[in-house]
Ligand binder design. Structure first.
Ligand code: C5P
Length: 211
């Protein structure tokens, strides 16, 4: 078995308002990407990072694509030896080694095992500012990364037109559409995604409290 980590880090991070790409913004003393690299390296034989153009200089850094899923596809193409893949967004620097290991353990007979937290807010579907319906919260999960896949299932799910890849907000949804089964692995809500400057401040406070 060859376990390859893939970190999509090819986004521009415009909503963060940093000077450069989000994954390279300094967070608690190091580039944001490095927190995820460290967590994945503990369980993976190799970690391939999809980066923005101009950031490919280091080993195992390959150029990202026009969308997140295209970046994952490019990184996976650079790791033909992979039999199991751990995809984790650079934008979730609070991931722990334990969570990565747990997702790998839970893969079992399924095509994927993904980190997710039970939803705590009430969620409504809206249309033009009016509520259409209230969803049953007891069945809802907020999906995160890491997402662990059988490599063949991910390769074939990513073999899709650019528009379909651009519309996918995670890789598991592509595997689901192809008929694959996906296991939910309960993760701490603390594994938050850094999108805005406020998220950056919260993530920094949590990382500093761990040291
Ligand atoms: O933009 P968003 O925060 O949803 O991106 C999630 C992850 O996907 C980030 O780590 C970002 O760097 C990555 N990404 C990528 N290639 C793109 C767009 C986003 O690797 N074209």
């Amino acid at each position: 078995m060859s376990v390859v980590g893939i970190i999509p880090a090819g986004g521009s991070g415009e909503r963060l308002g940093a000077d450069g790409p989000k994954a390279f913004a300094v967070l608690a003393g190091r580039p944001m990407l490095e927190w995820s690299l460290e967590a994945l390296a503990a369980s993976c034989d190799r970690v391939v990072v999809a980066v923005p153009a101009g950031f490919e200089a280091a080993p195992d850094r390959i150029r990202g694509g026009a969308s997140r899923s295209e970046s994952v596809r490019n990184a996976l193409a650079a790791a033909p030896e992979a039999t199991v893949v751990v995809v984790h967004d650079a934008a979730r620097p609070l991931v722990t080694r334990e969570l990565v290991a747990r997702c790998l353990e839970e893969l079992g007979e399924d095509e994927a095992a993904i980190a997710a937290a039970p939803v705590t807010d009430t969620v409504k579907e809206g249309d033009g500012g009016r509520v259409l319906r209230t969803l049953d919260r007891s069945r809802l999960w907020a999906v995160q990364t890491p997402q662990v896949f059988r490599a063949d299932a991910l390769r074939s799910a990513l073999d899709a037109p650019a528009e379909r890849l651009a519309a996918a907000t995670d890789d598991a949804s592509l595997v689901e559409s192809a008929g694959g089964t996906v296991r939910l692995v309960e993760a701490p809500p603390e594994n938050l995604k850094v999108t805005t400057p406020l998220d950056m401040r919260i993530a920094e406070a949590i990382l500093e409290s761990r040291c």
